[in-house]
Design a protein around this ligand. Structure first.
Ligand code: NAI
Ligand code: MG
Length: 358
């Protein structure tokens, strides 16, 4: 019987991106070789700030067609001290997410074995799934600047919400909530002060909820949600919110659960017309770039989400079990209070993977 081969675009990008992506390719390659149930091929794609400095662009014009040749992408980070962040982010990541209609950004947040949950109210640790609208809202790029350089200079940043955009993310979020034991969804909003887009958001949420009678749901203003996440973490399970709201809440969630160094994310096209993109939540981390100490677990977990999405759920679970055993054994990077470096964690995970051999 022939085994499936997955073709993955590897886009390490900037900062610690190349370090954590290299670590993950080592571990996943080892996993595939050891299990022998699937093949995986990573193709290096050099987009990022170095490419920008050489060519004037973060990605070539046909970048979407390039990505469409792959089953999925594994992304590191983008952002460089020499380039304004809005240029790098829009040049690379936002140039892919929107046009490829990777409209569902899924961020599971869990207190990891070996990590201490800094939140004293979370007696059983944290286990949430955050769903972020990833294609429009506050990050739709609508707006402009006038009278540049004048004392009366003005700028607008228009948040754009569409019925299609809201409905598809709500459906995805209700389905995600349905797949989890609690079957509960919290819809984050700000419809008290934002009386157009956010009111449409609430209205469509209530309409979609009718199709999911087996899922309970509630609605929270985003400011109140920060309080609830801290004071009543056990009341939270699956959460859906706008591009901006969930950008912020998911960083908070990652910190509450332990560290940004373990937080993964999936940028999904749930229709599967386009290849999805998987990446750690964290960025380039200039302060530790090149030191070989970045925590690779966020990218490991992102790759596990990628394997699940591609259909290799059992392999993904076995891989994450190995990663969790390594963390539980105290082989941790400094962000989690350990003294291991990146390669030390990779080697320990590869040894665990070896142990999966029948
Ligand atoms: P950051 O996530 O790069 O770093 C925040 C803090 O977390 C730093 O102290 C860093 O050392 C630490 N950290 C992050 N990842 C870690 C890891 N794997 N192991 C250990 N410690 C880790 O966020 P920051 O500093 O706001 O942004 C730096 C650059 O990254 C900027 O250019 C920003 O635009 C970009 N960025 C890119 C993102 C992406 O590519 N998706 C996401 C967030 C930021
Ligand atoms: Mg962010």
């Amino acid at each position: 019987m022939s085994t499936t081969t997955y073709r993955i675009a590897s886009i390490p990008g900037d900062g610690i991106g190349p370090e954590v992506v290299d670590a993950t390719i080592q571990a996943i390659t080892k996993l595939a070789q050891t299990l022998g149930t699937f093949n995986i091929e990573f193709t290096h794609i050099p987009w990022g700030t170095k490419y920008y400095k050489e060519t004037g662009r973060y990605t070539p014009e046909d970048c979407l067609d390039t990505l469409r040749n792959f089953d999925a992408s594994l992304f590191g980070a983008v952002g460089d001290p020499d380039v304004p962040d809005h240029i790098s982010l829009w040049g690379l990541l936002l140039a892919i997410r929107g046009p490829l209609q990777l409209y569902a950004n899924v961020r599971p947040v869990r207190t990891f074995p070996g990590t201490k949950c800094p939140l004293t109210t979370a007696t059983d640790g944290i286990d949430w799934v955050l769903v972020r609208e990833n294609s429009e809202g506050e990050y739709s790029g609508q707006g402009g600047r006038s009278h540049i350089g004048q004392p009366w200079e003005a700028a607008t940043e228009v948040a754009m919400f569409t019925r299609v955009g809201i409905e598809r993310i709500m459906r995805f979020a209700f389905e995600t909530a349905r797949s989890r034991p609690r079957r509960h969804l919290t819809v984050v909003t700000k419809s008290n002060s934002m009386r157009n887009g956010m009111v449409l958001w609430d209205q469509v949420a209530a309409e979609v909820a009718q199709d999911f009678p087996d899922v309970t749901w509630d609605k929270m203003l985003v400011d109140a949600m920060t309080i609830r996440m801290v004071s009543q973490p056990q009341s939270v399970d699956t959460v859906v919110g706008t591009n901006l709201h969930m950008d912020i809440l998911s960083d908070l969630a990652a910190a509450l659960a332990g560290s940004i160094g373990v937080a993964p994310s999936s940028n999904l096209d749930p229709t599967r017309k386009n290849p999805s993109l998987f990446e750690p939540v964290h960025g380039s981390a200039f302060d530790i770039t090149g030191k070989g100490v970045a925590n690779p677990v966020a990218t490991f977990w992102s790759a596990a989400e990628m394997l699940s999405w591609l259909g290799e759920k059992e392999a993904a679970k076995q891989f994450m079990d190995c990663v969790e055993r390594v963390c539980a054994a105290g082989i941790l990077t400094a962000d989690l209070g350990g003294d291991s470096n990146t390669q030390g964690v990779v080697d320990a995970v590869c040894r665990e993977i070896e142990g999966l051999k029948k």
